[in-house]
Design a protein around this ligand. Sequence first.
Ligand code: AMP
Length: 280
Amino acid sequence: MKIVRSVNRMFKISSAARRAGRRIGFVPTMGALHQGHLSLIRAARRENDLVVVSIFVNPLQFGPKEDFKKYPRAFSRDKRLCRDEKVDFVFSPPADEIYPEDFKTAVLVKGLSDLLCGSSRPGHFQGVATVVSKLFNIVSADTAYFGQKDAQQTVIIRQMVRDLNIPVKIRVMPIVREKDGLAMSSRNIYLSSRERQDARVLPEALKLAKVLMQSGQQDSRVLINRMRKLILRKKNAKIDYIAVVDGKTLRPLKKVSSGCLILAAVFFGRTRLIDNLIAA
Ligand code: AMP
């Protein structure tokens, strides 16, 4: 496994591999790897000749009051995990390789970036779309792997790839969860033990929505209200949003239908967690 720091070198490696007819699988991450990331890496390993994992904490997708500085960084451990998964290249450039001083461009996927997570995190998805489009150009993968955990991100990336004719296939892998149901996230380590306990209510609320849907409930308002009530039983939980939306357009739906998304973002203390469910 090789560690690549320079954009030029990564570009050369991936162009040469493409010319040699090797299929490249690419997994973009911000590091602090957990089983969720590893599930993407394993899928990339199964389906490609060469696997590139990027580890880059992207300053552009953090708001001024967000956790860029204290975002967990665990490069030695990440390297070990990648090596164990037989990753070929870890691309981990310094910030000024990606954003040199005279960097001026931004990628904005209009209409999808300012809703849901985007409304409480202005600029976040523009930062994501900008870095992902750069990484796609640098790595020139056949297939890129993303997690369903960040449902809105996957919708935005798919739209961007279509709109800009980026020649990459997008694969979205299921949410990997802790034993008690909490979706794995690099941010879970911020939770105090009390908050960690309370956070179980987030997947429980989605499970409740699933049970209600299975018993025939189709009214989004009813589902959202029941989820809200359950979550607010936890004193320290503060709901950012709960929404039932179309899986492609992210438009709110009055009635649930197969393939629609039920999404929630909830603060436990100062830590904001997200989770979602695709309706069967
Ligand atoms: P991040 O390092 O948080 O930017 O995440 C990198 C990729 O891993 C994104 O595509 C995420 O959606 C995905 N990911 C994060 N957590 C999970 C999880 N619990 N299950 C599946 N994929 C995940």
